[in-house]
Design a protein around this ligand. Structure first.
Ligand code: PLP
Length: 370
């Protein structure tokens, strides 16, 4: 059988964080004792207002939703100061990333991203015959910050999409507005995609306003993190109308169900849930940093503005896969850097910030490893 694009001949799939019940069953650990720190989920669960709205709309399941998710687009447009025509909704940001890959980069052209990054950027590129260019510019292993000079220099004439993730994943590092502007200015012939999935945890309002200034910029956000709706699948993108019109044309027609639309609308009114979540993350990011000072074989990479951080394994007698397995046996789920992030070697783990109890479990399990 012949495939349209080379990537599908040897498909590679996203490796999500392990589910808690799998680890509980495999190691015989009570579910309540598992610390799930590999998926950057919300420690306080779903937005209560969103959950209530979803419950109230079960009676509408027989009706087709608005194919453009208009109620949610209007709410997003009002909330962030845009016109409805500048907003698109998707089944998580992930769906919008897929649309962008197909709509704005022809097979054989390049998509630039920091290395390491959110793997979906390069997996979708490869699956559809586009060429991912990972710019491994975080030469400073101590901070893992993006080298903006190197990133800007890497943009080529046939680079069609340039990704920026802010805060970045997996490092949590933060770019100032002037740095983001430099990257956009250097990418005049490309679409710049600014992924702000974790922006709430930076305690800033992010750079969504830059869409008013740059016609080649799309800003993406998700309801999976601070709103706690990872299981509902809601994300959105904001960009100039021509970009949105193009994405609408490649979008699967009814990509958003009734429940996603009403849940998203209600979540945007739930500032209390977002504020509580951000308070918990910021407090426990500091807390876990203090606890890491007890460890001498592991180092927390400082400066994360997100709800996860990198851990560097200083002990050369072990590696990220062995530590990952050792933590699983102790009921702690993290991400093995060498498996989950292309370009991150076997010296790193990515661990979520969560409730203090789970931060203690992580640090205690690390110090218990042989
Ligand atoms: C940087 C980044 N962007 C986007 C996403 C996807 O979010 P969603 O659940 O909205 O598809 C994630 C999820 O982990 C992420 O880490």
């Amino acid at each position: 059988m012949r495939y349209a694009h080379g990537g599908l001949e040897s498909p590679e799939y996203y490796v999500p964080g392990l589910p808690a019940n799998y680890v509980a069953e495999r190691y015989g650990i009570p579910l309540a004792d598992i610390a799930k720190l590999g998926s950057a989920e919300n420690p306080h669960g779903a937005s209560p207002l969103a959950a209530e709205a979803v419950g109230q709309h079960l009676g509408a399941l027989h009706l087709y939703p608005s194919w453009t998710a208009d109620a949610l687009r209007e709410k997003i447009a009002d909330t962030y100061g845009f016109d409805v025509s500048e907003v698109i909704c998707g089944a998580g940001e992930t769906e919008i990333l897929s649309l962008i890959t197909r709509a704005f980069c022809a097979p054989g052209d390049k998509i630039q991203m920091p290395g390491p990054c959110f793997p979906i950027y390069h997996l979708f590129a490869e699956a559809e015959g586009r060429i991912p260019v990972l710019v491994h510019s975080a030469t400073n292993r101590h901070s893992m910050a993006l080298d903006v000079d190197a990133y800007v220099e890497a943009v080529e004439p046939n680079t069609r999409i340039v990704y920026i993730t802010n805060p970045h994943s997996p490092s949590g590092t933060w770019l100032e507005e002037a740095e983001v502007r430099r990257i956009i200015d250097a990418s005049a012939d490309a679409l710049v995609v600014l992924d702000e999935a974790y922006v709430h945890y930076s305690e800033t309002s992010g750079y969504i306003h830059l869409v008013h200034e740059y016609e080649n910029l799309a800003v993406l956000r998700t309801f999976s993190k601070a709103f706690g709706l990872a299981g509902l699948r809601v994300g959105f993108g904001v960009a100039s109308q021509p970009i949105i019109d193009t994405l609408m044309a490649v979008k699967p027609t009814w990509n958003m169900g009734q429940l996603q639309i009403v849940g998203g609308v209600a979540a945007l009114d739930d500032q209390e849930h977002v504020a509580r979540t951000v308070r918990t993350i910021v407090k426990n990011r500091d807390y876990v940093q203090g606890r890491f000072e007890e460890l001498d074989r592991f180092r927390m990479v400082l400066g994360s503005r997100s709800n996860f951080f990198l851990v560097e394994i200083l002990d050369l007698d072990t590696n990220s896969t062995k530590v990952f397995e050792g933590l699983l046996e102790r009921g702690v789920i993290v991400k093995d850097g060498s498996v989950s992030f292309r370009g991150l070697d076997d010296r790193f783990l990515r661990c979520d910030v969560n409730l203090q109890l789970h931060m203690d479990r992580l640090v205690d399990a690390l110090s218990d490893l042989p």
